[in-house]
Design a protein around this ligand. Sequence first.
Ligand SMILES: C[S@@+](CC[C@H](N)C(=O)[O-])C[C@H]1O[C@@H](n2cnc3c(N)ncnc32)[C@H](O)[C@@H]1O
Length: 271
Amino acid sequence: MTDLDSVRDHYRATGLTDRLKTALAALGPEDRRLTPEQLGPLDQFHTRGLAATADLAKLAGITADTSVLDVGSGVGGPARFLAATYGCRVTGVDLSEAFEEAARYLTTRTGLNGQATFETGDALNLPFDGGAFNAVFLQHVAMNIADRPRLYREMRRVLKQGGKFATFDIVSNEGEPHYPVPWARTPATSFLLTAAQTREAIEPAGFRTLAWQDDTETAKTWFTQLRAAWPPPSPNLSVVMGPDFGELAVNLGRNVAEGRLGVLIAVFEAA
Ligand SMILES: C[S@@+](CC[C@H](N)C(=O)[O-])C[C@H]1O[C@@H](n2cnc3c(N)ncnc32)[C@H](O)[C@@H]1O
């Protein structure tokens, strides 16, 4: 099995759209429009949920005129939040066909069809022309990708000159992480870099650093609160990832608390 097959397997999510239909019945009938806030616990698949996407969008200066590509868009929560909040057009691309299908279904449920669209594809081989976007988002995806120089060159290729590359990522720190974690049940699909190594991989791809923030302390507080209030409001990411999602999230929180992993939020300009 290649690295790509193993990552795809981790996010295979068999029968996801049907599971979502069943779980979302708790929020009302099929024809009632859902909001990004209602869906946040289940469709923002990263540390700090909706708040982190909102922070990254502000840092990247998203406006109604920004055409955004969300790489590794998951089930589409960040793309829908940007489209609903700023009125911009967002394209999501993800390796997982099940996630892409779920993203389309959830987008219909939020009435955002046409503003947020989704495709299947590999971040290392994006199905888009060069210079097609004003902004690229990459949230909690790079840790599944071994070839970082190629990943960041691909982010640069699809951006117009002066466009923004906004990333929110887990980085390695002191010591080996405890597994399983939300992006990898074993180290075989986890390809972490330190914060310094991440920057060293991004800048040579043709980027200038605009914002660089260590988000680890904010993340620690969030994990403490999440654990104290566990389980999160239903439906949540257990619908997407399965009943062991609690264990995956607790391990990530523990890794951050013990200083094994850190959290980085950064924005770059395409030179
Ligand atoms: C932890 S989830 C984050 C999803 C989304 N960015 C969010 O924050 O809600 C990681 C996502 O990256 C996707 N992914 C991993 N490797 C990828 C690749 N090579 N190309 C495209 N997507 C990839 C996975 O399928 C998964 O949806």
